[in-house]
Design a protein around this ligand. Structure first.
Ligand SMILES: [Zn+2]
Length: 325
């Protein structure tokens, strides 16, 4: 089933954020209604240009002419039929309610403080979170990659150790003096039964990755060769049905995301390794942050050992991990 948010993200990243009736008609059934019900899309002013309702081949200016009984009739020129009638439903269009989206993100991230618009239509402070004992602002930004993105950046960098969410496009790293964690929403968010849900593990990993690359060399990993050897030993020599935690954790450290670690392990073992299995191994080891914080270059065992000693490096900055698979 299509996640309705997949239709929303490109609109969020478009300057006018408008979607026309004929585009909505091409979406999978129920998607538009769901987005409207959730308040993420709202009706906008009628379109002045439409896709020709007669032949569907060209976008044309809509003309209002006098119709029978003094009623206004909408038409558009069309090479096929001279003048095509435009039903009023074809004029409808919708726009993203960005402020509502910001509020929804703030709520699912369970942040403290008020959600506030910092640059009209472009930048919101969603709230504040605790990450490894430091207070940080979570922000939602639109169009950092647009030509006036620097204006938004100027405000954004004044926030406290920012964590930034964007709809689709990240600005290039040269855009920043210090690159903050920039999370692309489709990678971490999905629509649950009642609201937007966020994959906290992915967020924790992304934040850690960005912080680490901003301040130090990349997190050391076991080499891919060593990891593949570990997998071969486990799967082939021991004939085990389950990979051990070392392997899950090493793959996670190597790939940097639960999704990619599961895909990598599936490819290497010729069997399906689910995201959930990786998740569970991470949870046993104290979470993503503990795994990635482990600075031993050659052994992932340390992540587990340090977890057994204490529980510092508590992984989840945000309230509830998602229950989705
Ligand atoms: Zn036409």
């Amino acid at each position: 089933m299509t996640d309705p948010l997949e239709m929303l993200w490109p609109l969020v990243d478009a300057p006018d954020s408008l979607v026309a009736a004929h585009v909505v008609a091409s979406w999978p059934a129920g998607v538009h209604q769901r987005l409207v019900e959730l308040g993420l899309l709202r009706p906008a002013a009628d379109a002045s240009r439409v896709l020709c309702p007669e032949c569907g081949e060209h976008l044309e200016e809509v003309l209002a002419i006098d119709g029978p009984g003094g009623r206004t009739r909408f038409v558009t020129p069309c090479p096929a039929v001279m003048r095509a009638d435009v039903p009023s439903a074809a004029l409808k269009q919708w726009t993203v309610d960005h402020a509502h989206l910001a509020t929804a993100l703030a709520s699912t991230l369970a942040l403290t403080g008020k959600c506030a618009e910092l640059v009209p239509g472009r930048l919101w402070r969603l709230g504040r979170t605790q990450w490894n004992g430091t207070s940080r602002d979570a922000l939602f930004a639109r169009g950092l990659h647009w030509s006036d993105g620097e204006t938004v950046r100027g405000v954004l960098v004044r926030s406290r150790k920012p964590i930034v969410f964007v709809a689709l496009k990240r600005p290039p790293s040269e855009f920043w003096r210090t690159v903050p964690p920039v999370l692309v929403l489709p990678n971490v968010a999905a629509l649950g039964d009642a609201k937007i849900e966020i994959e906290t593990m992915e967020i924790a990993a992304a934040i850690h990755g960005a912080d680490a690359s901003a301040s130090a060399p990349l997190i050391p990993n076991v080499s891919q060769e060593v990891l593949k050897q570990m997998i071969r030993q486990q799967v082939k020599a021991e004939m085990k049905t389950q990979l051990n935690d070392d392997i899950y954790l090493a793959a996670y450290r190597q790939c940097g995301s639960v999704r990619e670690a599961a895909a990598f392990l599936s490819a290497e073992t010729d069997r399906e390794v689910t995201k959930d299995q990786v998740h569970r191994a991470l949870a046993r080891a104290g979470g993503a942050a503990a795994v990635l914080n482990s600075d031993d270059s050659d052994s992932v065992v340390r992540a587990i050992a340090s977890h057994n000693r204490d529980k510092h490096g508590k992984p989840l900055i945000f309230a509830q991990p998602s229950q989705r698979q």
